[in-house]
Design a protein around this ligand. Structure first.
Ligand code: NAP
Length: 279
């Protein structure tokens, strides 16, 4: 199997994308340490997978003590440490910089950027000892383009893209690869929670908001978490052995859509006539 003999850490592995990544890694033969603050959710991930394949670590990855505990849990498998997925993250309520509290800015940057920094700082020496490794950072489409009202989220996810390339440059000589995945809209706890007040304020359901997101996306849908699991498995395994510093949108093609093209599609839909590219 693709990940046979590999030991992986997945932060935020108790929910959403992180849980799907852990599930896919185990299916592909890896031993996985899932980390997050809520132990009960990590235990749900573990209980759904074969005994012995998952170890849980309740920890805050923005604190050095938490990071150390996560790395020790992964090392307790006794097989080295080969893969790190920095998936833990947080969203922010919509607000421009003028209205954004400094405290919230600091918290978002701490979780989305400082956490991955601390994890990589702790894990890379072990990967070097093991002869190399693969780090996968989960950024966002919002690290590449700017939706309205998300300064802390976009800046932290953009920073994570830059940090990924820096790590790839600095540790490639030790066979440590570092790539970044930029998911577009994906149906998870975090995304539903972020969209609920927006939908309620407009008298819409969250599903209607998701359909609106999908309208201008070339593949005309939002992502499933298991699809990100598959991409991460490829990046973790040896099939991607010459891939590093890659910035990979996982967005159904959304990043390629320009604003005038989206406007033409909407006008055509409202006023009749064919939308571009449709038969
Ligand atoms: P989610 O279900 O809310 O996952 C976030 C995870 O991060 C939770 O398991 C949470 O667990 C963990 N976490 C948060 N702060 C932490 C901390 N300080 N220490 C340890 N763990 C922490 O949301 P998701 O949608 O799966 O998001 C996963 C990643 O994908 C995030 O980085 C997000 O920015 C990114 N992403 C998601 C989407 C989307 O549409 N869903 C799109 C683009 C990017 P605890 O609360 O128990 O700690």
């Amino acid at each position: 199997m693709r990940l046979d003999g590999k030991v992986a850490i997945v932060t935020g592995g108790g929910t959403g994308i992180g849980r799907a990544v852990a599930e896919r890694f185990v299916a592909d033969g890896a031993l996985v340490c899932v980390a997050g603050r809520r132990l009960e959710l990590l235990e749900e991930t573990s209980a759904a997978l074969p005994a012995g394949s998952v170890r849980t670590c309740a920890a805050d990855v923005t604190e050095q003590a938490g990071v150390t505990a996560v790395v020790e849990t992964a090392l307790s498998f006794g097989r080295g440490l080969h893969v790190l997925v920095n998936n833990a993250g947080m969203d922010q309520p919509m607000a421009g910089v003028v209205d954004l509290d400094l405290e919230l800015w600091n918290q978002v940057v701490k979780v989305n950027l400082t956490g991955p920094f601390l994890m990589m700082k702790a894990v890379i020496p072990h990967m070097v000892k093991t002869g190399g490794g693969s780090i996968i950072n989960i950024s966002s489409l919002a690290g590449l383009v700017n939706p309205p009202g998300l300064p802390a989220y976009c800046a932290s996810k953009g920073g994570l893209i830059s940090l990924t390339k820096q790590v790839a440059v600095d540790y490639g000589a030790h066979n440590v690869r570092c790539n970044v995945v930029c998911p577009g809209a994906t149906r998870t706890e975090m995304f539903v929670a972020a969209m609920t007040p927006f939908a309620e304020d407009r008298g819409m359901t969250v599903d209607e908001v998701f359909r609106a997101f999908a309208q201008d996306t070339p593949l005309r849908r939002v992502s499933e978490t298991r699809e990100i699991g598959g991409l991460c498995s490829f990046l973790a395994g040896d099939d991607s052995s010459f891939l590093t510093a890659a910035v990979i949108p996982h967005d159904g093609g959304a990043v390629a859509v320009d604003v005038s093209g989206a406007a033409i599609n909407r006008l055509a839909a409202q006023r009749g006539g064919m939308r571009s590219g449709r038969t």
